[in-house]
Ligand binder design. Structure first.
Ligand code: SF4
Length: 378
């Protein structure tokens, strides 16, 4: 019997390929809004994904399952959110597609959810699954929803919309699609409608809304310019005129790099090869994993003993074992200086510049140190 994890990996690869084909079609033939968002993060990765799509479905190795889980999680969340919103009875379309062009560049937007709560209101919801919710929306996601809202606005009365059971190869206008699928008569003029969009960030425990965003000509123009640049790079890479190594990469630390399929020879990680140190790095990784498990086990054990002491009702008294004793002690929280509160208290007595210089002088900087950065080569 084949190992379950291998089967899972195979299954995920198939599902991913089928899903991409059924919902997004041949992605090599257009630039999608998510490609534009990706290019905001890293042009090299966006170009490589577009120029060599087959690698996405054949990814192997340690990170492959993680990559697929990350990909699938997005679909699972999207399905759940769609079901929940549909259950409220709000009229909505899922998986709406807009097939547009900017000059010679084919651009497509695939919108997760579009609600039509009233005949003069259209609301786009872009679902994003996250490991942990960010405080602010990611620039890549914002570019994507600005592009979606902008295209919906600018293509409103053109036969460029596809979606739902409307499987014809011929597109229809947005009002015609909504009339056909939801039975709602929208105005023929987009100016008579309020279009808004939101990003719904979902993690395993929480959800957070970013927006609302409205159609913005400048942002749509920025998205179209990125699409053009990306399209030209893809054609040049495919034709062998531009090596991937010459394309701009993400700047600064970027969480995507760890999962990026193109990180093995990314110029961002340029250096020398020393395969003899592989074992040492693997052992370091194991040690860190052991440390994390140990920290967790210590916390669990402490929680349990605190619970036992509390349940015993002993208050400040100890519980003695054979060679050890313990009790749960009530401690005050740590005291720290609230810089904002201090600055606002001082603002009544001193000018702003003086306060800033006092705070600057009171800052303490630790000695510089070296940090070992370790990453995975995919
Ligand atoms: S490894 Fe990072 S910088 Fe390099 S292509 Fe991938 S995402 Fe871009």
């Amino acid at each position: 019997m084949q190992h379950t994890l291998d089967l899972l990996l195979q299954g995920f690869s198939k599902i991913q390929a089928q899903h991409t084909q059924s919902t997004l079609g041949d992605r090599s033939q257009y630039i999608g809004m998510s490609d534009i968002g990706k290019a905001v993060d890293c042009m090299r990765m966006a170009v490589a994904d577009k120029a060599f799509p087959q690698k996405t479905h054949t990814m192997q190795g340690e990170n492959a399952l993680e990559h697929h889980l990350w990909f699938q999680r997005g679909h699972w969340f999207e399905q759940g959110i769609t079901e929940a919103l549909r259950a409220t009875g709000v009229p909505l379309l899922s998986q709406l597609a807009i097939h547009a062009r900017h000059g010679s560049v084919p651009i497509q937007a695939h919108l997760d959810l579009v609600m039509v709560p009233a005949p003069d209101q259209v609301h786009i919801v872009e679902v994003k699954s996250c490991e942990t919710l960010p405080e602010n929306a990611y620039a890549a996601h914002e570019m994507q929803v600005f592009g979606q809202a902008g295209l919906l606005y600018s293509c409103w009365g053109k036969p460029l919309f596809f979606g739902g059971s409307h499987t014809s190869k011929q597109g229809v206008t947005f009002p015609a699609l909504v009339q056909h699928l939801l039975g709602i008569a929208l105005p023929a003029k987009v100016q008579e409608v309020s279009i808004t969009a939101e990003i719904l960030a979902v993690s395993m425990k929480k959800v957070r809304i970013f927006g609302p965003y409205t159609p913005n000509k400048l942002m749509l123009g920025a998205a179209q310019n990125i699409a053009t640049e990306l399209w030209q790079h893809v054609q040049a890479v495919k034709a062998g005129h531009t090596p991937l190594a010459t394309l701009p990469t993400a700047q600064g630390w970027h969480p995507l790099c760890e999962y990026c399929q193109w990180n093995a020879d990314c110029p961002r990680f340029a250096g020398i090869s020393m395969p003899e140190l592989e074992q040492e790095l693997l052992e370091l990784q194991e040690l860190k994993a052991e440390r994390d498990t140990l920290v967790q086990r210590i916390q669990q054990r402490e929680q349990r003993l605190k619970g036992i002491h509390k349940a015993s009702g002993l208050g400040a008294e100890w519980i003695q074992t054979q060679t050890r004793r313990f009790k749960a002690l009530h401690c005050e929280g740590k005291v720290s200086l609230d810089k904002e509160k201090l600055a606002s208290a001082l603002a009544e007595m001193l000018p702003e510049q003086t306060i800033e210089s006092i705070l600057l002088h009171a800052q303490k900087m630790g000695a510089p140190y070296q940090r070992l950065m370790v990453g995975t080569v995919n």
